[in-house]
Design a binder for this molecule. Structure first.
Ligand code: HEM
Length: 167
C-alpha cells in the first residue's frame, strides 16, 4: 500500500499513471529550462507579455502541486487547502491563456482546453461540496491529466519551451 494514501485506501492505478505523466512533464520542462539557459535560448526569448508571466507563474507550481494532491491522503484539511490553491492556479492558468494569441494570432485550439478547465474546476469543487467523492476524484484527475498533456505539448518545436529544449 502506498504510504501517502489514506489508511485502507489505495491510490487507483489511473491516478498513479497520471501522476507519473505529470512527473515526466515536470522533468521535461526542467530539462528545457536548463538547456535553454545553457544555450542562451532563454536569454534570447522575448517574454515581455504580462499574460505569459501570469500564465507561467500559475501553471509551473500547479504541475507539482497537483501531483502531490493526487498522490497524498484525501479528505483532510491539508487536502482541502492545497486542492483550493491548485484550483485557483488552474483558473488563473486558463484565464491568462486568453491573453496569449501567439500561435495563430487569434484564439487557437488550445483555448478549448482553457474553456474545459473553466468548466471542470468549478464542477470538481461542486462535486466535493456535494460529497460525490468518486465523481470529484474523476473530474480532478482528468483535469490534471489535461495539465500534464498540455505541459508536454509546450515542448513541441516552434513553441517557446520547445525552442529552449531543441535550440
Ligand atoms: C506546465 C504546463 C504549461 C506550460 C509550461 C505552458 C506554457 C505556455 C507558453 C510558454 C505559452 C506561450 C506560447 C508558446 O508556447 O510559444 C502558452 C500558451 C498557451 N497556453 Fe499554456 N502552458 C501550460 C499549460 C497550459 C494549460 C493547462 C492550458 C489550458 C488550460 C494552457 C493554455 C494555453 C493557451 C490557450 C495558450 C495560447 C496558445 C496560442 O498562442 O494560441 N496552457 N503556454
Amino acid at each position: 500500500m502506498n504510504e501517502l494514501a489514506h489508511p485502507g485506501v489505495t491510490i487507483p492505478l489511473r491516478d498513479r499513471l497520471i501522476v507519473a505523466l505529470g512527473a515526466l512533464a515536470a522533468g521535461a520542462l526542467l530539462l528545457a529550462f536548463v538547456h535553454g539557459l545553457a544555450s542562451g535560448a532563454v536569454a534570447r526569448s522575448s517574454m515581455h507579455s504580462l499574460w505569459l508571466a501570469l500564465h507561467l507563474a500559475a501553471v509551473v507550481p500547479a504541475l507539482p502541486l497537483g501531483a502531490y494532491v493526487l498522490a497524498r491522503r484525501k479528505g483532510d484539511a491539508l487536502h482541502r487547502a492545497l486542492g483550493k490553491l491548485w484550483a485557483v492556479l488552474m483558473l488563473v492558468t486558463a484565464l491568462s491563456s486568453f491573453g496569449l494569441r501567439g500561435l495563430t494570432g487569434n484564439l487557437s485550439p488550445i483555448h478549448l482546453l482553457s474553456l474545459l478547465v473553466l468548466v471542470m474546476i468549478p464542477r470538481g469543487i461542486h462535486l466535493a461540496r456535494r460529497h460525490r467523492i468518486e465523481a470529484h476524484r474523476r473530474v480532478m484527475s482528468l483535469t490534471y491529466l489535461g495539465l500534464a498533456v498540455a505541459a508536454l505539448f509546450t515542448l513541441l518545436p516552434g513553441r517557446l519551451l520547445g525552442t529552449w529544449l531543441f535550440s
